[in-house]
Design a protein around this ligand. Sequence first.
Ligand code: DOR
Ligand code: ZN
Length: 345
Amino acid sequence: MQQLILTQPDDWHLHVRTGDMLKTVINHTARQFARAIIMPNLQPPVTNTEQALCYQQEIQKATSSAYEFTPLMVLYLTNSTTIEEVKKAAESAAVYAFKLYPAGATTNSNQGVTDLQAIFPVFEAMEKYHLPLLIHGEVTDAEVDIFDRERLFIDQKLRVIHQSFPTLRIVLEHVTTREAVQFVQEAPPNIGATITPQHLLYNRNAILVGGIKPHYYCLPILKRETHRLALVEAATSGNPKFFLGTDSAPHMQHLKENSCGCAGCYSAYGALELYAEAFEQANALDKLEGFASFYGADFYELPRNTKKITLEKTDWQVPASYSIAKGLQLTPLKAGETLHWKLKD
Ligand code: DOR
Ligand code: ZN
């Protein structure tokens, strides 16, 4: 049987929620990854270090003792985030970054930032304290076409932030366009990007051809094939600016299969297998370890993991759904389909 032995990877962009959902999804992640950057878009959001410590404890409690797993916490930027909060976060051992959600851009972003200029002093403090800024890079103006929102964010907002704070470490999260890839490639090494499995595997036809398929709906939305090809090229190029971040974002099935369905694809159950599929299609399995296990750790200035994991070339069927609580189901990406790589326990 064909095997792939890799250094254990980390997930540099993950949503795990709380309560019953957390109890299921965190163990899917902890089975695969040593560490994960935990997104703070809870309701209410995680905006200060005390809340991050509480949330970290809840995550640790929900994680099976069979796994060695470290949740790396992130604070949610609001219009009222203070410089003192940045200092506290920098001094805490739990917080690794701040996340910028332009208000209205995505799930639970309503308390996000409405005026970027107003929080420039906070960016300045993050630059000073060497804390990365993680960005959901989409403009939110109602008149802007949803497929153009990332490209316009880069031109109208990201270039200004980067020019104003040239040594601020920035991760443009879940890049979805050729323009985002190009921006990151041309920027200095303090600018990186995460790439999700769904944006490597699918283009926008997955959502819309043959009926509306809500389980492929995430934000930023899947784009045209030319963009997917640019992302595959970036992920498999061996360029250390591009690294693994699943953006696995679980929502209950009835909230996705809804007349106003939530954004998010659930991939944590088989994240590595999904990436392996994408890298194999591009004939680049030899580039998977750098992308999944090295470049993110290097960007965050954390030690690389030393444990190894094994992927085996064997077919298995993705469950139609995971049961979260009585009557509540979670539908994974590729539900009911066959995957060709399997993580060995
Ligand atoms: O599709 C998404 N889901 N994109 C995001 O930015 C947020 C996430 C979520 O929290 O559900
Ligand atoms: Zn996300």
